[in-house]
Structure formats: C-alpha cells, structure tokens
Design a protein around this ligand. Structure first.
Ligand SMILES: Nc1ncnc2c1ncn2[C@@H]1O[C@H](COP(=O)(O)OP(=O)(O)O)[C@@H](O)[C@H]1O
Ligand SMILES: [Mg+2]
Length: 350
C-alpha cells in the first residue's frame, strides 16, 4: 500500500485560479477531509486526482507511480481510484445489482452475484434491495449504493465529493459512519471534500482547510480546531471567543482572568482564542474559585432554547463584554441570573 503525494498542484480556468499550488500527502488507509466554502476549489482537486482533468502545473503520484506531471496524465480508468459524487449518479434504468455490478471486472461473471451481495453487506444495505431501481431507494440508500459501486473495483483511493450534503442532518451522520466503516474495513484511503466543518472534523484523521484554491492549514482535526493558524480559520471551523490579552510566561491575562497558554515566547499584547465550550458557568452562590483564585461574575442576558442545548449570552459587568455560549438546556439559567464563569483548558495565542 502506498501513499498519495500531491505537490504544487495548479489548475486555472481562463483567469480563474481554481487551485493555486496545493501540496497534500494521504497515507495508505487514512482519511483526509478537505473543507472549504463553495467555489474554493474542492471539486477541482478531486477531478485532478481522479484524472478527469489535467493540471496546469504540479505532480500527483501514488508511491513511485506518477499519475500526473503538469498536463501529462495517466487516464482516469488506469488510476485505480473510486469516486462518489453528491448525487450518487446511479444509472436510473439499471437495478441496484447492475448498478453495483457495473464496476465489477467482466471476468468475475460466476461469482458476480456473490460479490454484489458482499458489497451490499459492506455498506449495510439489505440484499433484498438488489432488484430495485434507484428511484425506489431513499437518498441515503442511493448514496450507499454509489459507494458500493465505487468499492466494486477495489480502488486504492476513494474520492468523496460532498456525498452526504443532499441528505438531512440525522441521516447524514448515519451514512457518514457507514461509509467511514466500509472504507476502514476495506483498508482504502479516502479524500472527502465538504463545506461542512463538523463533517470534516469528525470524518478525518487529517483535515485541510481550503480557501481560494490554497490550503490555509493542514493537520489533525483537534489541532486545527484548537490551534488554528489564523483568526479566519478559527471562526471558519467553529464558534470562537476572540479576546485581546497580555502574554506572560505560559499564561495570558484577559477579560476572563489568567488562563494557561502556550505563548511561544510572545510577551505583551496578543490576541487569544477560546472555544465557547471552554467557558463553564456556575451558579453565583456559593462563589466558585477559579485557577487564579477568582472567578468572573457575569449576568445572563438571553437564553434561547434549541432542544438538547441552549444558546446563552452572558455579560461580564465591569468589562462591558458579552460572550455567546452553548449549554445543556437541562438546568440552564434564566435571563437576569447572576453566574460565575470558569475557564477550562488553555487559551490559544495567535
Ligand atoms: N470547468 C470550469 N470552467 C471554468 N471555471 C471553473 C470550472 N470548474 C470550476 N471552475 C471555477 O473554479 C473555482 C473552483 O470550483 P470548484 O472546484 O467547483 O469549487 P468547490 O467544489 O469548492 O465548490 C470556482 O471559481 C469555479 O467557478
Ligand atoms: Mg464542488
């Protein structure tokens, strides 16, 4: 099993630079997610890796095998790469068995039905669906068939172009887990592209944030979420509390008190980020004690019920600072309540 290596990949459409020089390594058997806004170049990247289009510059290699060097490319059908798109693109006039069988090598005719059955098992679909047409399946089932079809030719890499985005939220998570499990069981590396941050962070071992055709940051999901390189990446990946602070050795002082931080030698005025879930709320009485011997008194301004959680805005009186927090709805405070804030974990220094 070898790794996919992408170096200096550039793709232009006229004046539009769809990819402006992208480097990426996808180790064998691993999962990578590329997350970015619409038009940031995600599908272009997948089309180049699949071999549907040629790059203007850069290389794509699998182990020692060069798949693309600038505009000179190995054609898609010789790459051993599977792709699942947003709409699944099943053949409407073929039943499910023939849709999946379409990807099977011809010489397999004898054991074809058995292999189709195994592929349906792999994506956790009942074998009884084999004789149905695509329109007789739900969206989630269709996407699993599309994955089974792509798995049929035993690709060494699977490309997933927003394959869950047409599904509703509860189904999306379920299908995502099935897909991740099927790929893991088959030992196939994958690249998922999506505009959904939570999806990228939960699916992958490695996440790349793409912006205007360039990678803003690549790394493990928790590192990107907790240690983003820029404020832009911080707020793109989730809710963030951004505060001015003064850095000391191993801590920062800010409106939320003294918070441990990896200051990397910075001193004086800095900007810091906390994720809202790091701010814990306590009833005002008895007053809890924070890490620096004090906690921060605040007043609850608004509470918006959202089901399991509620969105709360608290105001730190003497700082004229409002913070937006999420808390479990159960036992949540009410507007006007006095509370104390305690901060957990470290602040991230930019
Ligand atoms: N075939 C094409 N011709 C011209 N422009 C294109 C073509 N494909 C993509 N683009 C442009 O390249 C940029 C990246 O597109 P795309 O990779 O589809 O983004 P994403 O998948 O992230 O939404 C966009 O500005 C898009 O308009
Ligand atoms: Mg796209």
């Amino acid at each position: 099993m070898s790794d996919l290596r992408i170096r200096g990949l550039v793709k232009r459409y006229g004046n539009v630079v769809a990819l402006g020089g992208v480097d990426l390594d996808v180790p064998a058997g691993s999962r990578t997610a590329v997350v970015g806004a619409s038009g940031s170049g995600k599908s272009t990247l997948l089309r180049l890796v699949a071999g549907f289009e040629a790059p203007d510059e850069g290389t794509i290699a699998f182990g020692d095998e060069l798949l693309a060097k600038g505009p000179r490319i190995i054609p898609a059908h010789k790459r051993g790469i599977g792709i699942v798109s947003q709409d699944g693109a099943l053949f409407p006039h073929l039943d499910i068995a023939d849709n999946i069988g379409f990807g099977l090598p011809k010489e397999l005719s004898g054991s074809r039905d058995q292999r189709i059955g195994e592929l349906l098992d792999a994506v956790e679909l009942s074998r009884s669906l084999a004789s149905r047409r695509p329109h007789q399946l739900s969206g989630g089932q269709q996407q699993r068939v599309a994955l089974a079809r792509a798995l049929a030719c035993r690709p060494r890499l699977m490309l997933l172009d927003e394959p869950f985005s047409a599904l509703d939220a509860s189904l999306r998570q379920n299908v995502r887990e099935v897909v991740a499990h099927a790929l893991e069981a088959a030992g196939i590396a994958s690249i998922l592209v999506t505009h959904d941050q939570a999806e990228a962070l939960s699916f992958a071992d490695q996440v790349a944030v793409i912006r205007h055709g360039e990678f803003a940051q690549v790394g493990p999901p928790d590192v990107l979420y907790l240690r983003p390189l820029t404020r832009e990446t911080a707020v793109f990946l989730g809710k963030a509390i951004l505060l001015p602070a003064r850095a000391g050795e191993g801590f920062v002082d800010c409106a939320l008190g003294r918070i441990p931080a990896d200051t990397e030698g910075k001193t004086g005025a800095v900007d810091v980020m906390l994720r809202p879930e790091q701010v814990l709320l306590h009833a005002a009485q008895p007053s809890p004690v924070g890490r620096d011997g004090r906690s921060i008194p605040a007043t609850v301004k608004t509470v918006r019920f959202e089901g399991a959680d509620c969105a709360i805005v608290v105001e730190i009186a003497d700082q004229a600072l409002q913070l937006a927090l999420k808390l479990p709805s159960f036992g949540a405070p009410k507007p006007g309540d006095l509370v104390h804030l305690l901060v957990g974990g470290e602040a991230h220094v930019f």
